[in-house]
Write a protein that binds this ligand. Structure first.
Ligand code: MOS
Length: 725
């Protein structure tokens, strides 16, 4: 049989296949479904941070127009609250909040009742008529230093190699750098919403989620159902950044209310509620000590992290992971404590852990470079290791040096003078900053189903989501490539728990894991066909000539369609290789000396991320990640009132995120990188890598422009207007 080398669908800069549906409104998000008879629930939030709900007077609310019920722990059904059949690895240790299961108040904003009415306005109004009496209140512990008395050590994250204390003491150069990162809130455009609908004892949910498979398993456990008795539907997600990674109480409350009233119930969170009920990036304090010899080789790294959690759950993240493997240093110690406050539980947000840890490490590296009077790019190149010194494994591939060199070249780094605060243009202080980015190349088990039809089309089915990166399009490209079909012939169906099981659509693991599962399913289709037709098909990516296409073979065999499941199979890859994406971020800032205003005319990121399935969408993910980094560096902070435990800026007027006018030119380059080990597609996953490094590169550029070393994020005008340091 003659094989032609058809042009690959992988690597093409296609626009989103669902772009038209999105801009015309044809794409339906969870909130846009409306099963017949649907009622609206509005959550009543605790106005205090501690204590018990002693009494709840709902008489006036119940008499209010349109109101069907007020449900709270005093009248809520007692549920089994079983643990889900498979572990929920986005969930922290501790006791999750079980809606209305007890009278305890754990944080301001905790849902203590739901009002269900015909319309959202009626429910909202009636909620304002409810009188709650609290008891056993005490002053909430919110102040971080005060809360630190009850801190617990995260042993898994507390590691050491060599003798870092002694090595640090003996170093020629020493840096001791303490940083603070404010609590940040995901703030996706689409708010969180669940519509719950029971039919014959089975539950269907339309839910904004990054992990529909998990929502189904958790809700099945809550109500003591079989996992197959819960179906979760989430075809489009309007951004999430991690807030849709776990099941939050409003989802369970919608299901409780719908069951009690035997009507579908919709609960959509207000923007204000999103600051308490769907997680946040934890407030984090870090100290990094670096030692180096006079040649600029690191001799010691000590990195201590402390981050907030709630009192009922102990959330932690990969804060210290980059520090252990990024640089070639024999003596390294990390320690991590979590500090319980009387607030809601944090969760993963936009490169959780890595983005925060790298801010501390890469700020300290910049300080070390200046102390040694070394170019910061050169300092990092000198400390590029040959293998991962933490795991003692080879890197599956590592392009950090190439990213630093090529990025510096493209950016024009050589124009930078070493001396800070010495570059004035048009009355503004100009600074260049650099930082390293890294994020793990996560690759886990995932499943997909592919159906090839004799009419020349194919369907890809998988429970994964698309919260914005372009999963619909990239999965279609993988299938089109493997099946030798045009990309338009591929229909992608995702976002339903009844479809083959997948991991969370997060951790930048979707292309690696689900993409590999789609590839495996396509290969399984080919093998099935080969068995039927008696021809041999190598599972390699060889596209037959058009006259003997898979579709042609299917027709000749008299089959209408052929279907197969495929699974990604990580096996022991992670035990044999240290797998990470790397990058280098270059930033130019201009600072107005009178106003302290920081502008960022350009950011350039060079990344080594393995194979790029769709350069256009991948670039878009990277610019999105960079903008997240700008938010982290200059704007985002959820401020807690120490006395009450309230988030005092819980709206988009006062929780600042970057706007179009805040963003200058963003350029992205992917360095050539072929990784034969990381997964069958050779992709490392993108999105979060671009959040990493951006904030420290910005802060380092601000230092270079002004001579002010600002170690607290976000960088505020007032910090820049303070007297020179
Ligand atoms: Mo993410 S924080 O993996 O959505």
């Amino acid at each position: 049989m003659e094989m032609t080398d058809a042009p690959s669908m992988i690597g093409r800069p296609l626009a989103r296949l669902d772009g038209r549906a999105k801009v015309t409104g044809a794409a339906r998000y969870a909130a846009e479904f409306a099963p017949p008879g649907m009622l609206h629930g509005f959550l009543v939030d605790a106005t205090v941070a501690t204590g018990r709900v002693a009494a709840l007077d709902a008489r006036t609310a119940l008499a209010s127009p349109g109101v069907h019920a007020v449900i709270w722990h005093g009248n809520a059904p007692r549920l089994p609250w079983n643990e889900p059949v498979s572990p929920e690895f986005t969930r922290p240790d501790g006791a999750r909040l079980r809606a209305f299961a007890d009278d305890r108040v754990r944080f301001v904003g905790q849902p203590i009742a739901v009002v269900v009415a015909d319309t959202i306005e009626q429910a909202h109004f009636a909620a304002s008529l409810i009188n709650v009496t609290y008891a056993e209140q005490r002053d909430p512990v919110v102040d971080f230093t005060e809360a630190s008395a009850a801190a617990t050590l995260r042993r898994d994250d507390t590691t050491a190699r060599g003798d870092p204390d002694a090595a640090f003491a003996a170093s020629d150069a020493q840096v001791d750098c303490s940083t603070v990162i404010a609590r940040e809130t995901h703030s996706p455009l689409e708010s969180h919403v669940t519509i719950a609908h029971w039919q014959q004892g089975k539950l269907r949910l339309w839910d904004k989620s990054q992990w529909v498979s998990n929502v189904a398993r958790v809700l099945a456990g809550d109500f003591g159902l079989e996992p197959g008795d819960v179906e979760v539907i989430s075809p489009y997600v309007g951004g999430a950044f991690g807030s849709g990674g776990r099941v939050w109480p409003h989802t369970e409350i919608a299901a409780i209310a719908a069951r009690e009233l035997d009507r579908p119930v919709k609960i959509e969170l207000t923007r204000r509620q999103m600051f308490n009920l769907v997680g946040h990036r934890p407030y984090t304090e870090q100290r990094v000590r670096l030692g180096a010899n006079s040649d600029g080789l690191l001799t010691a790294i000590l990195h201590d992290g402390a981050a907030e959690t709630s009192r009922h759950e102990r959330f932690s993240e990969g804060l210290l992971r980059p520090t252990r493997m990024l640089y070639g240093c024999a003596d390294v110690a990390t320690s991590y404590i979590v500090v319980p406050r009387d607030t809601s539980t944090p969760t993963y947000m936009r490169a959780p852990g890595e983005a925060s840890g790298l801010f501390a490490l890469e700020t300290a590296m910049d300080e070390l470079a200046w102390q040694l009077r070394l170019d910061p790019v050169e300092l990092r190149l000198r400390n590029d290791p040959t293998h991962d010194l933490h795991s003692n494994l080879p890197f599956s591939s590592r392009s950090l040096a190439a990213c630093l060199r090529q990025g510096a070249e493209t950016f024009g780094w050589s124009k930078r003078r070493l001396e800070p605060g010495s570059w004035i243009e048009d009355g503004e202080q100009v600074g260049y900053g650099v930082a390293v980015a890294t994020y793990p190349a996560n690759y886990v088990r995932a499943s997909a189903r592919v159906r090839l039809s004799a009419n020349g089309s194919a369907t890809v089915e998988s429970a994964t989501s698309d919260m914005g990166p372009g999963t619909y399009t990239s999965l279609a490209q993988v299938a089109a490539d493997a099946l030798g079909l045009p990309v338009e012939a591929i229909a992608v169906e995702i976002g339903r728990s009844a479809l083959p099981n997948t991991p969370p659509h997060g951790g930048s693991m979707t292309m690696a894991s689900v993409g590999s599962a789609v590839l495996a399913a396509c290969n399984a289709v080919k093998q099935k066909l080969a068995q039927i037709t008696g021809t041999e098909h190598a599972p390699a990516k060889l596209v037959p000539a058009p006259e003997d296409s898979l579709v042609e073979q299917l027709r000749r065999a008299g089959l209408a369609q052929i279907e197969a499941d495929g699974h990604s199979n990580p096996g022991d890859t992670a035990k044999r290789f240290s797998m990470h994406a790397f990058g280098a971020v270059f930033v130019e800032v201009r600072v107005d000396r009178e106003l302290g205003l920081v502008r960022i005319p350009r950011i350039h990121g060079a990344y080594g991320v393995g194979r790029v399935v769709n350069p256009r969408l991948t670039r878009s993910q990277c610019t999105g990640g960079m903008i997240g980094g700008v938010g982290m560096a200059l704007f985002e902070a959820s401020e807690l009132d120490r006395a009450s435990g309230r988030v005092i800026n819980a709206d988009l007027a006062e929780y600042l995120i970057p706007t179009q006018a805040d963003i200058g030119e963003l350029t992205v380059a992917f360095v050539e990188e072929t990784d034969p080990h990381v997964n069958p597609l050779g992709v490392k996953g993108v999105g979060e890598i671009a959040v990493c490094g951006a904030a420290p590169a910005i802060a380092n550029a601000v230092w270079h422009a002004t001579g002010k070393r600002l170690r607290d994020l976000p960088i505020r005008l007032e910090a820049l207007l303070e007297r020179r340091m």
